[in-house]
Write a protein that binds this ligand. Structure first.
Ligand code: S3P
Length: 433
């Protein structure tokens, strides 16, 4: 599937992008091991979260088919999962495999997790190391999936000082900690998304947070609950950038999760001069939510504050499109984690920006982008959903047609992107080839 984008246009109206991916994964995982019924609304019916859902069904959990983002999970309790009868394939989803590795390390049965071509290249040592320290036995293919997780291991609570700022690693250790004997604690080098901690609290499980140390006691229980998942700020980010760069734009994004560990994109775009208003701020199920109104504004290049990088990690490809349309140079550093996402996002962005005539310099841990005039061109997505959607927005300021080839992976995080984008004014055409 390819996207063809005619140049120009503006983004207007009011839309709600699909539910938060990180929270959707966690709702399935925690709802499955809770006691009693959990209801979920706002669930993201994208391929990644559906892969998590299928895996838990495979382990005997009854989960209704999602309908307009609503589903019900019949929790089996901390010790109630059944051995899977086959290898669990989680497709493109790094969150599924890393979080589930922690959860499965504490089970009485063996399990195997695998994924697609992109996932088979992604580093898993980052979770295997701390989980092994807790007593888990996990084998991999040279540090990459498939992961073979041995059951029946008695996990012990330990302290892990994380070398990388990763919510997936933190969450994997926390989930293993539920099954461990004693106390498990983690320190992170910089704050990362805290949905696991917040959602566990929502399920009545105490997770302590004290000066950067996150800890919990193993062996408690989770109580089924009702979860309302807000719209994903990572999906909203493409529209925040699109409306910022396209003259005449005035777009409202409804009910967006603005958790302070996820709002780096707003901080960065505002520092570049973006006009983003946060309206109707409210709390929904322990998570801050707001409507975001964004209007076109002239942007300027900035040095992206390093502390904002982990808080905007998935939004940085979109931010680099804003950088391409800004006056002056934007410098992104200390973002080497981008190299191990669904594609090497520093390389993918550099290649695409060069295709559109935007000068850039790649560094081992980042990129410098010189704002300028965008031409048309052909973009290779490297099977990466966020590269596809970022470059779709670039068309709003391009002088000629853009072809974004190979966009099927957009469905992993943002089903319905093309229709919603079209509705707001993006001149997008889908070609099934
Ligand atoms: C996620 C954490 C981030 C992010 C990913 C989702 C999560 O990954 O990039 O899309 O749900 O915990 P890292 O933990 O590897 O930074």
């Amino acid at each position: 599937m390819h996207f063809y984008l005619d140049p120009g246009g503006s983004l207007t109206g009011s839309i709600r992008v699909p539910g938060d991916k990180s929270m959707s994964h966690r709702a399935i995982m925690l709802g499955s091991i809770a006691e009693g019924c959990t209801t979920v609304s706002g669930f993201l019916e994208g391929e990644d979260a559906l892969a998590t859902l299928s895996a838990f069904r495979e382990m005997g959990v009854k989960i209704t088919d999602p309908q307009s983002g609503r589903l019900t999970i019949d929790g089996v309790g901390l010790r109630g999962l059944e051995p899977p009868t086959r290898v669990m394939d989680v497709g493109n989803s790094g969150t599924s495999i890393r979080l589930m590795a922690g959860l499965l390390a504490g089970q009485s049965f063996d399990s195997i997790l695998t994924g697609d071509e992109s996932l088979l290249r992604r580093p898993m040592a980052r979770v295997i190391t701390p989980l092994s320290q807790m007593g888990a036995l996990i084998s991999s293919h040279e540090g990459c999936p498939p992961l073979e997780i041995q059951g029946g291991r008695a996990l012990r609570g330990t302290h892990y000082d994380m070398p990388v700022a990763s919510a997936q690693v933190k969450s994997s250790v926390i989930l293993a900690g539920l099954f461990a004997d004693g106390r498990t604690s983690v320190t992170e080098p910089a704050p990362t998304r805290d949905h696991t901690e917040r959602m566990l609290n929502g399920f009545g499980y105490t997770v302590d947070r004290d000066q950067g140390v996150i800890s919990l006691e193993g062996g408690g229980s989770l109580e089924g609950t009702d979860i309302d998942i807000p719209a994903d700020i990572s999906s909203a980010a493409f529209f925040l950038v699109g409306a910022s760069i396209a003259p005449g734009s005035d777009l409202t994004l409804e009910h967006v999760g603005i958790n302070p560990t996820r709002d780096g994109v707003i901080t960065i775009l505002r520092a570049m001069g973006a006009d983003i208003e946060i309206l109707n701020e409210r709390q929904v199920g322990g998570e801050p939510v707001a409507d975001l109104r964004v209007r076109h504004a002239p942007l300027k290049g900035i040095e992206i504050p390093v502390e904002a990088v982990p808080l905007a990690i998935d939004e940085l490809p979109a931010v680099l499109i804003a950088a391409a349309c800004a006056e002056g140079v934007t410098i992104l550093r200390r973002a080497e984690e981008l190299r191990v996402k669904e594609s090497d996002r520093i390389a993918s962005m550099a290649e695409g920006l060069s295709q559109l005539g935007i000068e850039n310099t790649v560094q081992p841990d980042g990129i410098e982008v010189v704002g300028g005039d965008l031409s048309g061109g052909v973009i290779t997505t490297h099977h990466d959903h966020r590269i596809a959607m970022s470059f779709s927005m670039a068309a709003l300021r391009a002088s000629d047609r853009i072809k974004v080839s190979d966009c099927a992976h957009v469905a992993t995080s943002f089903p319905g992107f093309a229709d919603l984008a079209l509705q707001t004014g993006l001149r997008l055409e889908v070609a099934e080839e």
